[in-house]
Design a protein around this ligand. Structure first.
Ligand code: SAM
Length: 280
Protein backbone atom coordinates (compact mmCIF):
# COMPACT_ATOMS: atom_id res chain seq x y z
CA UNK A 1 0.00 0.00 0.00
CA UNK A 2 1.26 3.52 -0.91
CA UNK A 3 1.73 6.07 1.85
CA UNK A 4 0.60 9.66 1.21
CA UNK A 5 4.31 10.65 1.20
CA UNK A 6 4.78 8.87 -2.14
CA UNK A 7 1.61 10.27 -3.76
CA UNK A 8 1.44 13.49 -5.78
CA UNK A 9 -1.66 15.68 -5.96
CA UNK A 10 -2.33 15.37 -9.71
CA UNK A 11 -5.13 16.45 -12.06
CA UNK A 12 -8.08 16.05 -11.87
CA UNK A 13 -7.93 15.65 -8.05
CA UNK A 14 -5.85 18.85 -7.78
CA UNK A 15 -8.61 20.86 -9.51
CA UNK A 16 -11.28 19.23 -7.32
CA UNK A 17 -9.36 20.26 -4.20
CA UNK A 18 -8.85 23.83 -5.48
CA UNK A 19 -12.55 24.09 -6.39
CA UNK A 20 -13.48 22.94 -2.92
CA UNK A 21 -11.18 25.55 -1.35
CA UNK A 22 -12.92 28.21 -3.44
CA UNK A 23 -16.43 26.93 -2.68
CA UNK A 24 -15.84 26.82 1.08
CA UNK A 25 -13.69 29.94 1.63
CA UNK A 26 -13.76 32.08 -1.54
CA UNK A 27 -9.98 31.70 -1.74
CA UNK A 28 -8.77 31.35 -5.34
CA UNK A 29 -5.65 29.27 -5.86
CA UNK A 30 -4.13 28.29 -9.18
CA UNK A 31 -2.51 24.91 -9.91
CA UNK A 32 0.82 26.62 -9.10
CA UNK A 33 -0.23 26.32 -5.42
CA UNK A 34 -0.05 22.51 -5.62
CA UNK A 35 3.02 22.21 -3.36
CA UNK A 36 1.46 24.52 -0.76
CA UNK A 37 -1.82 22.59 -0.71
CA UNK A 38 -0.02 19.23 -0.56
CA UNK A 39 2.07 20.44 2.37
CA UNK A 40 -1.04 21.63 4.24
CA UNK A 41 -3.13 18.47 3.66
CA UNK A 42 -0.52 15.71 3.84
CA UNK A 43 -0.09 15.54 7.66
CA UNK A 44 -3.88 15.34 8.10
CA UNK A 45 -4.24 12.61 5.45
CA UNK A 46 -1.38 10.67 7.08
CA UNK A 47 -3.06 11.01 10.48
CA UNK A 48 -6.33 9.67 9.06
CA UNK A 49 -4.45 6.70 7.56
CA UNK A 50 -5.66 7.44 4.02
CA UNK A 51 -3.40 6.75 1.06
CA UNK A 52 -4.42 9.40 -1.51
CA UNK A 53 -5.84 12.89 -1.95
CA UNK A 54 -8.82 11.39 -3.81
CA UNK A 55 -9.57 9.20 -0.77
CA UNK A 56 -9.40 12.33 1.41
CA UNK A 57 -11.99 14.03 -0.84
CA UNK A 58 -14.26 10.96 -0.37
CA UNK A 59 -13.67 11.22 3.39
CA UNK A 60 -14.60 14.93 3.31
CA UNK A 61 -17.80 14.07 1.45
CA UNK A 62 -18.93 11.55 4.00
CA UNK A 63 -17.68 13.30 7.19
CA UNK A 64 -19.20 16.78 7.39
CA UNK A 65 -17.22 17.66 10.53
CA UNK A 66 -14.02 17.32 8.47
CA UNK A 67 -15.00 20.39 6.43
CA UNK A 68 -13.97 22.78 9.21
CA UNK A 69 -10.66 20.91 9.62
CA UNK A 70 -10.08 21.35 5.86
CA UNK A 71 -10.89 25.10 6.08
CA UNK A 72 -8.49 25.49 9.01
CA UNK A 73 -5.74 23.77 6.99
CA UNK A 74 -6.10 25.72 3.74
CA UNK A 75 -6.33 29.24 5.18
CA UNK A 76 -3.17 31.33 5.68
CA UNK A 77 -3.20 33.02 9.07
CA UNK A 78 -0.04 35.16 9.11
CA UNK A 79 -0.49 38.22 11.38
CA UNK A 80 1.29 40.31 14.02
CA UNK A 81 0.79 43.04 16.62
CA UNK A 82 0.91 46.57 15.13
CA UNK A 83 1.23 45.16 11.59
CA UNK A 84 1.72 48.07 9.15
CA UNK A 85 2.51 51.12 11.31
CA UNK A 86 0.78 53.49 8.82
CA UNK A 87 -2.60 51.97 9.74
CA UNK A 88 -2.06 52.59 13.46
CA UNK A 89 -0.86 56.15 12.83
CA UNK A 90 -4.12 56.80 10.97
CA UNK A 91 -6.25 55.07 13.62
CA UNK A 92 -4.59 56.81 16.60
CA UNK A 93 -3.90 60.27 15.26
CA UNK A 94 -6.76 60.77 12.85
CA UNK A 95 -9.71 58.37 13.22
CA UNK A 96 -10.15 58.11 17.02
CA UNK A 97 -9.97 61.85 17.72
CA UNK A 98 -12.33 62.87 14.91
CA UNK A 99 -14.82 60.05 15.62
CA UNK A 100 -14.94 60.91 19.34
CA UNK A 101 -15.36 64.64 18.63
CA UNK A 102 -18.34 63.86 16.37
CA UNK A 103 -19.88 61.15 18.62
CA UNK A 104 -19.19 62.09 22.25
CA UNK A 105 -22.12 60.06 23.62
CA UNK A 106 -21.70 56.93 21.53
CA UNK A 107 -19.71 53.75 22.02
CA UNK A 108 -17.30 53.04 19.15
CA UNK A 109 -18.10 49.76 17.35
CA UNK A 110 -15.22 48.05 15.61
CA UNK A 111 -15.04 44.85 13.55
CA UNK A 112 -11.96 42.96 12.43
CA UNK A 113 -13.38 40.69 9.71
CA UNK A 114 -10.38 38.38 9.22
CA UNK A 115 -8.90 38.57 12.67
CA UNK A 116 -6.77 35.42 12.53
CA UNK A 117 -5.19 34.61 15.92
CA UNK A 118 -6.14 37.97 17.45
CA UNK A 119 -3.02 40.13 17.25
CA UNK A 120 -4.81 42.72 15.07
CA UNK A 121 -7.83 42.88 17.38
CA UNK A 122 -5.70 43.29 20.50
CA UNK A 123 -3.65 46.00 18.75
CA UNK A 124 -6.93 47.86 18.11
CA UNK A 125 -7.91 47.36 21.77
CA UNK A 126 -4.55 48.65 23.03
CA UNK A 127 -4.91 51.79 20.86
CA UNK A 128 -8.43 52.32 22.23
CA UNK A 129 -7.25 51.90 25.84
CA UNK A 130 -4.50 54.48 25.21
CA UNK A 131 -7.09 56.88 23.78
CA UNK A 132 -9.34 56.22 26.78
CA UNK A 133 -6.54 57.23 29.19
CA UNK A 134 -6.72 60.76 27.74
CA UNK A 135 -10.50 60.69 27.13
CA UNK A 136 -12.02 58.84 30.12
CA UNK A 137 -15.61 58.98 28.80
CA UNK A 138 -14.66 57.03 25.67
CA UNK A 139 -16.04 53.47 25.35
CA UNK A 140 -15.68 50.85 22.63
CA UNK A 141 -16.57 47.28 21.65
CA UNK A 142 -14.66 45.07 19.22
CA UNK A 143 -15.79 42.02 17.26
CA UNK A 144 -13.10 39.75 15.83
CA UNK A 145 -14.17 37.11 13.33
CA UNK A 146 -12.54 34.57 11.06
CA UNK A 147 -13.49 31.50 9.05
CA UNK A 148 -10.86 29.35 10.85
CA UNK A 149 -11.89 27.94 14.21
CA UNK A 150 -8.28 27.02 14.98
CA UNK A 151 -7.10 30.65 15.02
CA UNK A 152 -10.20 31.81 16.91
CA UNK A 153 -9.32 29.47 19.78
CA UNK A 154 -5.88 31.12 20.01
CA UNK A 155 -7.43 34.60 19.72
CA UNK A 156 -9.89 33.94 22.52
CA UNK A 157 -7.12 32.59 24.78
CA UNK A 158 -5.22 35.91 24.31
CA UNK A 159 -1.89 34.31 25.21
CA UNK A 160 1.10 34.65 22.92
CA UNK A 161 4.73 33.66 22.63
CA UNK A 162 7.48 33.57 20.04
CA UNK A 163 8.01 35.80 17.04
CA UNK A 164 5.00 38.10 17.33
CA UNK A 165 5.71 38.75 21.03
CA UNK A 166 9.40 39.49 20.36
CA UNK A 167 8.57 41.94 17.55
CA UNK A 168 5.99 43.74 19.71
CA UNK A 169 8.39 43.92 22.69
CA UNK A 170 11.27 45.38 20.67
CA UNK A 171 9.22 47.83 18.63
CA UNK A 172 7.02 49.20 21.42
CA UNK A 173 8.34 48.41 24.90
CA UNK A 174 6.11 50.86 26.78
CA UNK A 175 2.85 49.52 25.37
CA UNK A 176 4.12 45.94 25.65
CA UNK A 177 4.83 46.31 29.38
CA UNK A 178 1.51 48.09 29.92
CA UNK A 179 -0.75 45.59 28.15
CA UNK A 180 1.05 42.21 28.04
CA UNK A 181 1.34 40.31 31.31
CA UNK A 182 3.67 37.33 31.84
CA UNK A 183 1.73 34.07 32.10
CA UNK A 184 4.12 31.10 32.42
CA UNK A 185 6.34 31.21 29.35
CA UNK A 186 3.72 33.22 27.48
CA UNK A 187 2.30 36.76 27.63
CA UNK A 188 -1.40 37.40 28.17
CA UNK A 189 -3.29 40.46 26.95
CA UNK A 190 -4.47 42.68 29.83
CA UNK A 191 -8.03 41.87 30.96
CA UNK A 192 -9.15 45.51 30.47
CA UNK A 193 -8.53 45.08 26.74
CA UNK A 194 -9.84 41.52 26.53
CA UNK A 195 -13.10 42.48 28.26
CA UNK A 196 -14.16 44.67 25.33
CA UNK A 197 -13.55 42.02 22.69
CA UNK A 198 -15.55 39.03 21.49
CA UNK A 199 -14.72 36.53 18.76
CA UNK A 200 -17.07 34.73 16.38
CA UNK A 201 -16.76 32.41 13.44
CA UNK A 202 -17.88 34.20 10.27
CA UNK A 203 -17.41 33.57 6.56
CA UNK A 204 -17.12 36.88 4.69
CA UNK A 205 -19.22 35.40 1.86
CA UNK A 206 -22.26 35.22 4.16
CA UNK A 207 -24.35 38.14 5.38
CA UNK A 208 -23.28 39.58 8.75
CA UNK A 209 -25.98 39.76 11.46
CA UNK A 210 -25.46 43.46 12.11
CA UNK A 211 -27.01 46.27 10.02
CA UNK A 212 -25.44 49.76 9.74
CA UNK A 213 -23.66 48.96 12.97
CA UNK A 214 -19.87 49.25 12.78
CA UNK A 215 -18.10 52.61 12.73
CA UNK A 216 -14.86 51.09 11.45
CA UNK A 217 -14.01 47.72 9.92
CA UNK A 218 -10.54 46.26 9.52
CA UNK A 219 -10.41 43.85 6.58
CA UNK A 220 -6.69 43.48 6.07
CA UNK A 221 -4.65 40.94 4.17
CA UNK A 222 -7.56 38.71 3.23
CA UNK A 223 -8.94 40.30 0.01
CA UNK A 224 -5.61 39.41 -1.56
CA UNK A 225 -6.75 35.77 -1.67
CA UNK A 226 -9.95 36.54 -3.60
CA UNK A 227 -10.75 37.24 -7.29
CA UNK A 228 -12.17 40.73 -8.07
CA UNK A 229 -15.76 39.45 -8.54
CA UNK A 230 -15.53 37.70 -5.15
CA UNK A 231 -14.13 40.84 -3.48
CA UNK A 232 -17.21 42.69 -4.75
CA UNK A 233 -19.46 40.05 -3.11
CA UNK A 234 -17.55 40.32 0.18
CA UNK A 235 -17.74 44.11 0.19
CA UNK A 236 -21.45 44.09 -0.64
CA UNK A 237 -22.04 41.88 2.42
CA UNK A 238 -19.70 43.88 4.60
CA UNK A 239 -21.14 47.24 3.67
CA UNK A 240 -24.53 46.21 5.08
CA UNK A 241 -22.93 45.94 8.51
CA UNK A 242 -21.05 49.25 8.33
CA UNK A 243 -22.70 52.51 9.38
CA UNK A 244 -23.04 55.21 6.72
CA UNK A 245 -19.74 57.07 6.40
CA UNK A 246 -18.14 54.22 8.33
CA UNK A 247 -14.52 53.46 7.57
CA UNK A 248 -13.01 50.37 5.92
CA UNK A 249 -9.32 49.61 6.27
CA UNK A 250 -7.67 47.17 3.87
CA UNK A 251 -4.20 45.66 3.60
CA UNK A 252 -1.08 47.10 1.97
CA UNK A 253 -1.17 44.80 -1.06
CA UNK A 254 -4.88 45.34 -1.65
CA UNK A 255 -6.86 47.93 -3.59
CA UNK A 256 -10.52 48.57 -4.40
CA UNK A 257 -9.60 50.40 -7.63
CA UNK A 258 -11.94 49.62 -10.52
CA UNK A 259 -14.19 47.44 -8.35
CA UNK A 260 -17.94 48.01 -8.12
CA UNK A 261 -18.41 48.85 -4.44
CA UNK A 262 -19.91 51.61 -2.34
CA UNK A 263 -16.61 52.49 -0.72
CA UNK A 264 -14.88 55.76 -1.59
CA UNK A 265 -11.10 56.13 -1.41
CA UNK A 266 -10.00 58.44 1.43
CA UNK A 267 -6.27 57.83 1.67
CA UNK A 268 -3.96 54.83 1.20
CA UNK A 269 -5.57 51.75 2.80
CA UNK A 270 -8.56 53.78 4.04
CA UNK A 271 -12.05 53.87 2.41
CA UNK A 272 -15.37 55.39 3.47
CA UNK A 273 -18.81 53.82 2.99
CA UNK A 274 -21.10 55.91 0.81
CA UNK A 275 -24.78 55.18 0.09
CA UNK A 276 -26.43 51.78 0.07
CA UNK A 277 -24.70 48.54 -0.68
CA UNK A 278 -24.55 47.03 -4.17
CA UNK A 279 -26.60 43.84 -4.27
CA UNK A 280 -24.50 40.92 -5.42
C1 SAM B 1 -3.33 36.65 6.48
S1 SAM B 1 -4.59 36.60 7.70
C2 SAM B 1 -4.80 38.32 8.05
C3 SAM B 1 -4.93 38.60 9.52
C4 SAM B 1 -5.01 40.06 9.91
N1 SAM B 1 -6.18 40.70 9.36
C5 SAM B 1 -3.78 40.82 9.50
O1 SAM B 1 -3.83 41.62 8.57
O2 SAM B 1 -2.74 40.61 10.13
C6 SAM B 1 -6.03 36.21 6.71
C7 SAM B 1 -7.17 35.61 7.50
O3 SAM B 1 -8.35 35.59 6.68
C8 SAM B 1 -9.11 34.46 7.02
N2 SAM B 1 -10.06 34.16 5.93
C9 SAM B 1 -9.81 33.62 4.72
N3 SAM B 1 -10.96 33.48 4.03
C10 SAM B 1 -11.96 33.94 4.82
C11 SAM B 1 -13.36 34.06 4.66
N4 SAM B 1 -13.99 33.66 3.54
N5 SAM B 1 -14.09 34.57 5.68
C12 SAM B 1 -13.47 34.98 6.83
N6 SAM B 1 -12.14 34.89 7.03
C13 SAM B 1 -11.39 34.38 6.04
C14 SAM B 1 -8.07 33.38 7.25
O4 SAM B 1 -8.55 32.32 8.03
C15 SAM B 1 -6.92 34.17 7.93
O5 SAM B 1 -6.96 34.04 9.32
Amino acid sequence: MNSIEQVDLESPTLELVLNLVHKLTGISMGVNKKTLIQGRLRPRIRKLGLESYAKYLDYLNSNKEEIQVFINLVTTNETSFFRTQRVWDYFNKDFLASWWAANPRKSLKIWSGASSSGEEVYTIGICCEEFKLKNPGFTYQILGSDISTEVLVIADRAEYLGRSIEAFKTSNRILFDRYMQPSGDMFKVHYEVKAKIRFEIHNLFTLPKERNHFDIVFLRNVLIYFEPADIEKVLANLSKAIANQGILIIGESESLNSLKTNFKYKQPLVYEKIGDSFEK
